[in-house]
Write a protein that binds this ligand. Structure first.
Ligand code: NAP
Length: 343
């Protein structure tokens, strides 16, 4: 296994080329009083330990995440941050050896100012995230989504203040339209605020919209680009397809059973593309999961942008398979073929 750490042209911090996400965590088979699956904290602990021992130093969460449901009802927001804080302490992991990212903007209560990117909301949620995580600071703090009702300067100057106050180390944005992203960065430049250093967008072999605008911007700004759903919520593992019958299936206990996310992608065009993808993985003697992760890492090199896939994990075995993707080598002909069959 070959785990590397990368930095970016505008940032000295080094992060592992894979990040451990927490939108979904290992689930237990029991449900709580709201009918939502409980988190299997012991398996989550094993996943964190395996990740840490493998050299993964980069952990991604958000103030809203629960770990077994999406969208998260207000009764369950903040749970993932609490679990992370508890596990890191129980495993005795050295805080300074970790790079922790979390996010702000989503709804956290049902009163005005309980969501968005206003100074009031951000200053509230940074303190709450630190409490839930049981930490003194956050390494990367993302604006989770665009808030058209808050002036951009208010948001970016608040993030700048958080760096100055020692609450956060680096500023990130996620899911924000490319033109707004450019405006945020221009405001930071104009007023001498800390720059945006991390981006977070959806990217995988099947869903490549950001190649049009966000990736060129990431390259120009020299920022880290962390990417979510690198396995297309599990589709790229091949488990949602019955190969013999060439049809979609939903395996028991998979995310597709509890969320519409994977099922929304059950369209004819994706079935055709995935069958070719799975066949190609087989021809290389690797799993579709390994091919999907390796494709992103090779794409990062091809494009000259520091792209870091963030993975959610249901058990240690899944993470072992993902970590083993780091040994996979794809040639430029392989990458060309994968582009062709993605069309
Ligand atoms: N900024 C944002 O708005 C945003 C949005 C979404 C996610 N994120 C971040 O990105 C992370 C990853 O996103 P994602 O969960 O959509 O990622 P993903 O890697 O595309 O999907 C992960 C899911 O695939 C399944 N899986 C993983 N490894 C597998 C393996 N080896 N074999 C079979 N199945 C496997 C697991 O689901 P099952 O076992 O349950 O089937 C797992 O939960 C999140 O945890 C979160 O931190 C950010």
């Amino acid at each position: 296994m070959f785990l590397r750490y990368i930095s970016s042209p505008i940032c000295g911090i080094k992060v592992s080329i894979i990040s451990l996400g927490t939108w979904y965590l290992p689930r237990s088979s029991e449900k709580d009083e709201y009918g939502i699956y409980r988190i299997d904290v012991e398996e989550t602990k094993r996943v964190f330990k395996y990740a840490y021992d493998s050299g993964i130093n980069f952990i991604d969460t958000a103030n809203r995440y629960h770990g077994a449901v999406s969208p998260v009802p207000l009764t369950h927001v903040g749970y993932a941050e609490r679990v992370i804080g508890k596990i890191i302490l129980e495993l005795g992991l050295e805080r300074e050896s970790l790079v922790i990212s979390t996010k702000v903007a989503g709804e956290m209560a049902n009163w005005p100012n309980a969501s968005g990117l206003s100074r009031k909301h951000i200053m509230w949620q940074i303190r709450e995230s630190l409490k839930r995580l049981q930490m003194n600071y956050i390494d990367v703090y993302y604006a989770h989504r665009f808030d058209p009702e808050t002036p951009k300067r208010e948001t970016i100057s608040t993030f700048n203040d958080l760096v100055r106050l020692g609450y956060i180390r680096y500023i990130g944005v996620s899911n924000i339209p490319a033109s707004d992203l450019v405006e945020y960065q221009a405001i930071a430049d104009k007023y001498g605020y800390e720059p945006i250093s991390f981006l977070q967008y959806k990217y995988n072999w099947l869903e490549r919209d950001i190649e049009r605008d966000v990736i060129p911007i990431a390259k120009k700004f020299g920022v880290f680009l962390t990417v979510y759903s690198p396995l297309a919520q599990g589709l790229l593992t091949g488990k949602y397809i019955d190969i013999e019958k060439k049809q979609w299936i939903v395996p028991p206990m998979s995310r597709g059973e509890i969320s519409e996310g994977p099922r929304r992608m059950f369209i004819e065009e994706n079935l055709r593309r995935l069958l070719l993808f799975i066949e190609f993985a087989k021809s290389k003697d690797i799993s579709p999961t390994q091919l999907a992760i390796s494709w992103i890492l090779h794409r990062s090199l091809q494009l000259g942008v520091s792209i870091i896939p963030i993975v959610s994990i249901s058990n240690v075995k899944q993470l072992e398979e993902i970590v083993s993707s780091l040994d996979v080598k794809l040639s430029s002909d392989d990458m060309k073929y994968l582009d062709e069959i993605a069309k």
